[in-house]
Design a binder for this molecule. Structure first.
Ligand code: FAD
Length: 289
């Protein structure tokens, strides 16, 4: 039986209370959001669960600088939010509707997805491509960091002592597209790709490409982004990008897919994502001019 050591369930009223309960358990307590991941945790040392769904972190706000999404906002709430709809070419809806299935999306929170950050998960790939920053608070005070940087550290240890408050997404003059391949529609990814670009006078002004499930967690490909900037979108450019990916992407084998298969398919997914992102970006550029 999982979590068999748990004896107490707390309903935190605010961030401070959640933090002081966490501190009181000295490593034997855990924050509980949607519970989708925690319920499957093999941890037998946990004695207390601290429910954080009532501490005021369920919101989505659009600002000139981008979007702010509270950590306990569920994936379904983001999907259904009118202000998420047009963000960066509709990338939030496009990605989140490919995450698991509706029942799970009504429980799972964005914050839980950021912290659990499975290597095959789609949300880290999405957020890293989008340049998301996270705001979190510990007993030492509040911090803000690019998620990409945090994932390069022992971030799970950070979140054993901190409450993730919100995810901040910058505004992008351009569009993103997401591609995922699994065994069926509700499956976790064998590989996922999020690519975005912006166009100025028909040329690529910026590009962002992240690939996840390699089988490692989603990471950006700066060498590919650099190759795209300054070029004009064309089928030949997307094919060149696919070739670069096949030649240079670091992939590995696990029980779900071989490295050879991942290398080949990553090229296809990157080409498709770039093609679709460019189509959406062209539409954004024509409607804003
Ligand atoms: C069957 C299944 C299918 C899935 N399919 C996909 C998929 O297709 N694509 C994909 O991207 N993901 C998928 N996931 C992963 C899923 O998105 C995450 O498990 C989910 O978002 C976790 O959110 P939660 O609110 O349930 O987290 P919880 O289970 O409540 O918490 C998870 C961890 O995060 C910590 N935590 C939660 N919130 C905070 C916070 N605010 N601050 C600090 N720590 C916090 C908890 O203490 C715990 O350690 C799948 C998961 C399952 C179980």
């Amino acid at each position: 039986m999982r979590l068999r050591g748990v004896r107490r369930y707390h309903w935190a009223r605010d961030v401070d209370e959640a933090l002081s309960l966490l501190a009181a358990y000295q490593g034997k307590g855990a924050l509980l959001a949607g519970g989708v991941d925690l319920a499957r945790s093999p941890r037998t040392d946990l004695e207390g669960l601290i429910d954080i769904t009532g501490i005021g972190l369920t919101y989505l706000r659009a600002e000139a600088a981008g979007l702010r999404l509270g950590a306990t906002t569920t994936l379904a709430e983001v999907l259904g939010h009118p202000q998420a709809e047009g963000y960066a070419g509709g990338i939030l809806r496009e990605t989140l509707r490919q995450v698991a299935y509706p029942a799970l999306r009504h429980m799972a929170t964005l914050g839980g997805a950021v912290v659990s950050a499975h290597p095959w998960a789609d949300i880290p790939t999405l957020l890293v491509a989008l340049g998301a920053e996270v705001r979190y608070r510990s007993a030492e005070g509040e911090k803000r960091a690019p998620l990409e940087d945090l994932y390069g550290t022992d971030f799970r240890r950070v979140f054993r002592e901190s409450v993730l408050l919100e995810v901040v997404l910058p505004a992008w003059a351009g569009a993103f597209a997401f591609e995922k391949i699994g065994r069926n529609a509700g499956d976790i990814a064998l590989l996922n790709v999020c690519a975005g670009l912006g166009l100025v006078e028909g040329r690529i002004a910026w590009a962002r490409v992240a690939v996840g499930g390699r089988p490692e967690r989603g990471e950006r490909l700066p060498w590919l982004e650099g190759m795209l900037v300054g070029e004009r979108p064309s089928p030949a450019l997307w094919e060149r990008a696919a070739e670069e990916v096949r030649a240079r992407l670091e992939v590995g084998s696990d029980r779900r897919a071989s490295a050879e298969w991942r290398r080949e398919v990553a090229g296809v997914l990157v080409r498709r994502a770039l093609l679709r992102a460019a189509g959406k970006a062209a539409l954004c550029a024509s409607t804003s001019s």
